[in-house]
Design a protein around this ligand. Sequence first.
Ligand code: AMP
Length: 561
Amino acid sequence: MAHSIGKFVPGLMMDSQLTVPTILQRAATVYPQTTIQSRCADLTVATHTNAHLYERVLRLMSALTQLGIRPGDTVASFAWNSHRHLELYYAVPSIGAVLHTVNIRLFPDQRRYVLEHGEARVVFADESLLAAVIEAVEGMANPPEVVVMPEGPTLTADVPCGAHNYEAILAASNADEQFPNISENSAASLCYTSGTTGEPKGVLYSHRSLYLHSLTCCMADSLGVRESETLMPVVPMFHANAWGLPYSAGMTGAALVFPGSHIAARPVADLIERCKVNCGAGVPTVWNLLFQHLLHHQHDISSLKRVICGGAAAPRALIELTEQQFGVEFLHAWGMTEISPVGSACVLKAADLHKPLEERITLKTRQGLPVNGVEMRIVDDAGSDLPTDGNHFGELVVRGPWVAKQYFKRSPEDPEFTSDGWFRTGDVASIDASGYMLITDRSKDMIKSRGEWIASIAMENALASHPSVLEAAVVARPDELRGEAPAAFVVLKQEAQPVRAIQLISHLRNSFERWQLPRSKDIHFVGALPRTSVGKIDKKVLRGQIKDAANTSQEQLASSD
Ligand code: AMP
């Protein structure tokens, strides 16, 4: 009898589960000597290997069980990037529990909110962050237990009454714990959005989504994590799975370097030199400050071959500085907490590699091509597709195996999720004929002036291309005639020539129409820009300052009447 091949379904392939512990098991078997270097509080560097990591993870799994953690329970971390945080990344999901990486920069009430909402049973806190955790859990109806993690070989003070010492519980547990069977669809980790408005929203990741996301980040034409590289995630491990890099490093055998709490330009430069880092990952501010520092201070960063930059738009001036002055390859990526986070990466297509330098740099300012597994469209207000010709822009919607279907403990009918299964990112973007996506703005950051849109990111990039400007942020100011008008906050480089507002406006004339330009008095020179909890420029604060200034002048007018 003839078989119809398509109908031969049962048992086609093995049903191996895509889970977090399988990454560690392979890393320890295939790359046991790969190193994990971690900066301690006193600036020394502790070195471990994947073999050590494996043994300590087994002990931690056993310690977690002794603390009463069962599959499905939540364990929170409140920590900088370190080898101990990496141990939690593996051990908690390996016993079927969920690792909630709490953003250490949340406001105290948000900290408490996410711990309660996430139902943490235990919190693992770095010693230097312990006070914040104690403050958050005090007075809770069911406070989680607290485990204190040293930021060096040992703790520097006694653990408070009732808390546990991380190294002591590891030493007291055994290293022959077994890995239980886990379904790839069970929850492995939890992260909350930075929540600049309203309560932070939780995103629950499955083993499968983490596995597939991290695997994609290893692809040469996405983040390209590889065994021959020493990788330094400066992006915090409490922000969107540190872009999947800790697991991608496990999958490929890449060596890891963790900066601990020392993420300013000088210690990062020092760490690159000391640990021979080949690739770093972080938000634009990290790289801007680092390369500005390197312009004036001597460090041997010859090991550094590339940086991965995401979380906010990378200004052209930063890409030029990185590539042209330092010969370091710049990889621009885009993502969101809801997307695990990586959605696109700007790796140039072969056809673009030989284009003139200027054009290549222009391409690199784009957020790039969707990574394998992520689908992207741009849509108008009615949800209809817009042409992908690089000229139309609309809301970016995405879907894929590591894109959230709903927020944790919220309705799948939240407006961010379309009824036909797409996630509305809130980012405004264009996609060109070659598939490169360019974020023009966050929809709420666009400036509507005389009925036309001005993209704040484009104006920020233009300002940042002025030789005296370190960084700039542009927000909308209410304007009686124009509806809205741009207001710019500008930080000048320390050693730069002084510059006046009128000079910056004339610089903007190269790329903007007259009606789009800010007035001189709307250019504010500031010492620093406010930051969100994950290091991005906090435009909400800047908008607040504009509003306050407007209210004050209204009051002054009223009192002079
Ligand atoms: P978060 O979930 O905190 O990582 O924030 C996600 C948001 O950051 C996105 O929706 C974008 O608005 C912004 N973002 C991330 N990466 C980029 C990028 N490369 N360029 C422009 N915006 C970005």
